[in-house]
Design a protein around this ligand. Structure first.
Ligand code: IFM
Length: 431
């Protein structure tokens, strides 16, 4: 080992994350697919369609991940496949996910299973989706069934991916289906998501044959006021931070529905429903006071700030601060997503290194971080952005869907295999 190498703890998980709708292809029975067919919603005019055809090519993808030095993989189960109608299980689809998990295991990839990653079965959406008071019970039943069927194949179960994005994008900003712009509905959805998480946690714990680790996946941002000297900006940033970063954390820690969604009332069975915390981190958010009804506004990154194709500012220090914030819960933290959409693979390499440096710094400062799962293995369907984004370590040939690892994939392979970031590599990138 050379001086200045960043060595990660033994048993650290290195891998990639993906979600069913973004990679599998032909997820025809969920609300995203239906919304895409309406036309006009996806920026580049595309539809998810065959996506990466991962549904049929998972063996190839997991073999590639193994060749690329990875020892873990995060995937999601497509609820609309396994429960296509309310209360009816499609055993062939359940068996498909058995094969998926067995293939991961066979390729030396420890599975992290997400139960809900943005997509709802059509029947669930028709009942009101996340705004329905029945949502927690319905998704808990599905979660229990999956844990009973597949629980012995995965040690990590993650309930809901980014509940703050679900509530915010679907019900407040109205940029994801069902495209509502209604603060009251957003609050209702947020409450249901929190209650659902608790119910899902217990359903998995009670149904899985072995005692798996179960937790939530939060999308956290490092929030700062546009003008630190402005009382208004500081208050707006605080409000945004409470809604975006704090709501779920406080909810699960204390078992309450805290403001601004609730009044601090108890949610029975919710308290302490996490064995792990999953953190998705991409960027920081700079906030100033905005106009009603939301009242806060994100300030776009300045012209000279480094940005991704998504327009997100590259701000690695934010990852350190988010990790540090999670330390007080005393629960292992797994970085479940981090990545950049860029056509410049050297920028991706630098992004990865700079973020790994922050993960390493957080570990040095006592945060129990146990994974770095990159978003994503292969370029895929980026929701309302369509296919005009490039998050993959591996490029996908349009038409043939052939996988072509980028230089960043090999850089990540060497880091994963050696469990360290060499000082030379940091120097090579001027870090
Ligand atoms: O693609 C998404 C993913 O589905 C959830 N987290 C953020 C990623 C990049 O936008």
């Amino acid at each position: 080992m050379a001086e200045g190498d960043l060595v990660f703890p033994d048993g650290f998980y290195w891998g990639c994350a993906a979600s069913s709708h973004q990679v599998e292809g032909n997820c025809t029975n969920n609300q995203w697919w239906a919304w895409e067919q309406e036309g006009g919603h996806i920026k580049d005019g595309s539809v998810s369609g065959l996506a990466c055809d991962h549904y049929n090519r998972f063996e190839e993808d997991f073999a590639l991940a193994r060749e690329l030095g990875q020892n873990a993989h995060r995937m999601s189960i497509e609820w609309s496949r396994v429960e296509p109608e309310e209360g009816r299980w499609d055993q062939a689809e359940v068996d498909h996910y058995k094969r998926v998990l067995e293939s991961m295991q066979g390729n030396g990839l420890t599975p992290f299973v997400t139960l809900h990653h943005f997509t709802n079965p059509l029947w669930f959406e028709a009942k009101g989706g996340w705004s329905s008071p029945d949502a927690p019970e319905l998704i808990a039943r599905y979660s229990g069934h999956m844990a009973k069927e597949l629980g012995d194949l995965a040690p990590f179960w993650l309930t809901i991916n980014e509940p703050n994005v679900v509530a915010g994008a679907c019900y407040v900003a109205g940029v994801h289906p069902p495209q509502k712009r209604d603060m009251a509905l957003g609050a209702q959805a947020y409450r249901n998501l929190l209650v659902a998480h608790g119910r899902m946690y217990h359903a998995v714990k009670e149904s899985a044959p072995h005692d798996p680790k179960v937790g939530i996946v939060l999308n956290m941002s490092f929030v700062q006021p546009a003008d630190p000297d402005s009382e208004e900006d500081r208050q707006s940033a605080e409000l945004y931070d409470r809604f975006w970063n704090e709501y779920f954390l406080a909810g699960v820690e204390k078992g309450v529905i805290s403001p601004p969604v609730g009044g601090g009332e108890e949610a029975p069975g919710l308290k302490g429903t996490w064995d792990v915390i999953g953190l998705n981190y991409y960027s920081r958010t700079v906030i100033r006071r905005g106009s009603p009804p939301v009242g806060v506004e994100a300030v776009p990154p300045s012209e000279d700030a480094e940005r991704s194709v998504m327009g997100w500012e590259v701000y690695p220090e934010g990852l350190y601060y988010c990790l540090l914030r999670l330390k007080r819960y005393g629960i292992p933290v797994y970085v479940t997503e981090n990545g950049i959409s860029t056509e410049d693979d050297q920028q991706r390499c630098r992004y990865i290194l700079r973020h790994l440096r922050e993960v390493h710094r957080a570990i040095g400062d006592g945060v129990d971080v146990r994974s770095y799962l990159h978003w994503s293995l292969v370029d895929n369907f980026e929701w309302a952005e369509g296919y005009g984004q490039w998050f993959g370590l591996v490029a996908m040939e349009p038409g043939t869907l052939d996988r072509k690892p980028r230089a960043s994939a090999y850089m990540f392979r060497d880091i994963a295999r050696t469990n360290r970031v060499p000082a030379d590599l940091l120097r090579h990138y001027g870090l």
